[in-house]
Design a protein around this ligand. Sequence first.
Ligand code: ATP
Length: 238
Amino acid sequence: MSDAKPVLEIRNLRGGYGEVDILNGIDLVLREKEILTVAGTNGAGKSTLAKAIVGLLPRVTGEIRVDGQDILAVPTYRRMAHGIGYVPQVSNVFAALSITENLQVVAGVPDRKRRIEEMFALFPLLGERRRARAGSLSGGERQQLAFARALMSRPTLMVLDEPTAALAPAKVAEAFALIARLPSLGVSTLIVEQRARQSLAISDWGSILDGGKVALEGAADVLLADPRAAALYLGQAG
Ligand SMILES: Nc1ncnc2c1ncn2[C@@H]1O[C@H](COP(=O)(O)OP(=O)(O)OP(=O)(O)O)[C@@H](O)[C@H]1O
């Protein structure tokens, strides 16, 4: 374990959508300016975990601490104030609005004009096309806008739900390169990802879920070299 301060601590997290539990007692820790990949088989509960962290899972028990504060009872719309940014798998931008408008409508951003310019400095392509409708953007550009929207509120914790799922294969490496920059912006990041090898390659830590539980966890490079992880969860190398 590193010595960095924990930003996200999850203890004995259980819950689901209806009667049946999808999360069956998850524990994990994400530390300051680190990246944690949550991988696992289809249906293991990865996206459900992301939803629980941002407050979108209807039934959940256990502990979710952000910067030491238990946020389990905090409603979704107030979790942003606790420093959480979220990029959902789909519907992550407003297609009918321009790029600038997509950034303007993010609630609760102090010094909004300056923050928008900071986003354009970070994503020059968005700045160049600021008046374009989001619906006219490519998948990769749309995703940059989704990231910019999530970063507007200056989060300390980013939750990314399968950030490469909707991208053309040629854009995947670019997306991981973008995520790899988040720690330098002071952001700790939890990535839920099916492309486990590529995601672990830019991560400090990994947790592999199976049946709503953590089946394997550890330093990302150790997991990448672990034959059990390779055989059961990571697929073929390369
Ligand atoms: N809104 C929902 N209502 C009811 N059940 C759901 C809902 N969303 C997901 N589930 C169920 O919860 C289980 C876990 O789904 P989840 O999306 O968390 O898996 P995942 O690990 O992200 O899988 P994948 O990699 O295939 O996206 C699945 O059995 C799924 O059918």
